[in-house]
Design a protein around this ligand. Structure first.
Ligand code: SF4
Length: 353
């Protein structure tokens, strides 16, 4: 297990972040928050896949006033994303949100900052300071350019405002869209602040690019023990963010999940391995217990991998063998392979389905 840097633990709606807590998975909805039905529906889909903290945008008063209704219908902590409008922050707090994403230096007058921070403190609501490479202060851009130093210096200013008000339930993110800057910024932040760090590559891109950039950026830092929560930002459905985030944590063995081991297929395959693996991966995402499932196109490597897996499928001529606990179990037609595999999983591990 990778040793993790100790940060000051905070609690978000009952979910601990930092300290010795596991690395948490976050996502953000893509709905208008004021559309309560659509937002709740999306949050439930995210939670079902393993999202542990969810953030929603609050650009208007109508959005902020919808937070209480949303909160009452979901089971994971709700984070309100407020950029600078202190009135919206106060409404969000009154609606019972679990965390605020807000940069105190952007609010303006000191008494407004005090009002928001005191209310957050009285309700034990942490604040995430989110510095973004695309919106750095002008003087920092002139002094440092869009660098790790500028991101950390910007965060330091916001942190100082909260610390001055004796507020320490802080989480920090320093997002840049280029991976080397993002990595350097979080490394520097990890040496600078005692607070939990929320990792992400901002505007990482579409599903393929965004997944790769995030895996490299977030994965590099996690491997160094840096990071307490993660978000994979994708220009894709938000459920994809959860799938990729889980895979990053599983790849580094920071979390056990369902691992589908599949071969790349080749001229020896006599079943459609791509289709088979895609279908199995999609359904396996919803399983509730860790396990390994191997999907191999032929008997060359199939039995060997299946032998090491909890469940397996090996292709033959328009048929396939289902493996359970590493042993051959039964032969089924190709078009029944996926359903048969999940029947066996349900028989053997009913609590996982
Ligand atoms: S398991 Fe069989 S089909 Fe898959 S890559 Fe290996 S040899 Fe090819």
């Amino acid at each position: 297990m990778i040793p993790r840097k100790k940060t000051r633990q905070v609690t978000i709606g009952g979910v601990s972040v930092g300290g010795d807590a596991p690395v948490r998975i976050q996502s953000m909805t893509t709905t208008h928050t004021r559309d309560v039905e659509a937002t709740v529906d999306q949050i439930q889909q995210l939670a079902e896949l393993g999202c542990e903290l969810v953030r929603v945008a609050c650009p208007t008063e109508e959005d902020a006033r919808a937070l209480g209704q949303i909160k009452s219908r979901i089971k994971i902590p709700l984070i309100a994303d407020i950029h600078f409008n202190y009135r919206l922050a106060l409404i969000a707090l009154d609606e019972g949100i679990d965390k605020l994403r807000l940069n105190p230096g952007n609010i303006g007058k000191k008494e407004r900052v005090v009002e928001v921070v005191e209310k957050a403190k009285s309700r034990a609501v942490p604040i995430r300071i989110g510095v973004n490479g695309g919106s750095l202060e002008k003087d920092l851009m002139e002094k440092y350019g869009p660098t790790a130093e500028a991101l950390v210096e910007s965060a330091r200013r916001h942190v100082a405002i909260l610390e001055e008000l004796n507020f320490e339930d802080i989480i920090i993110s320093l997002k840049a869209s280029d991976v080397p800057t993002m990595i350097a910024a979080y490394r520097l932040a990890s040496e600078t602040f005692p607070y939990p760090l929320h990792l992400g590559v901002t505007e990482a891109g579409t599903l393929l690019r965004g997944s790769i950039y995030s895996a490299i950026g977030i994965g590099t830092l996690l491997q160094e023990g840096i990071g307490d929560t993660i978000r994979v930002s994708l220009t894709a459905e938000s459920v994809e963010e959860i799938k990729v985030a889980k895979m990053i944590l599983e790849a580094l063995e920071l979390r056990r999940g369902v691992r589908v081991i599949s071969c790349p297929s080749c001229g020896r395959a006599e079943v459609d391995v791509f289709k088979l693996a895609e279908e199995i991966e999609g359904r396996a995402m919803k399983l509730k217990e860790p396990m390994t499932i191997s999907v191999l196109g032929c008997v060359v490597n199939g039995p060997g991998e299946a032998h090491e897996s909890d469940f397996g499928v090996t292709g033959g001529k328009e048929k396939g063998m289902i493996y359970v606990d590493g042993k051959q179990h039964r032969v089924v037609d190709e078009d029944k392979l996926v359903d048969s595999l999940f029947e066996e999983i349900k028989n053997k591990r009913p609590s996982a389905v």
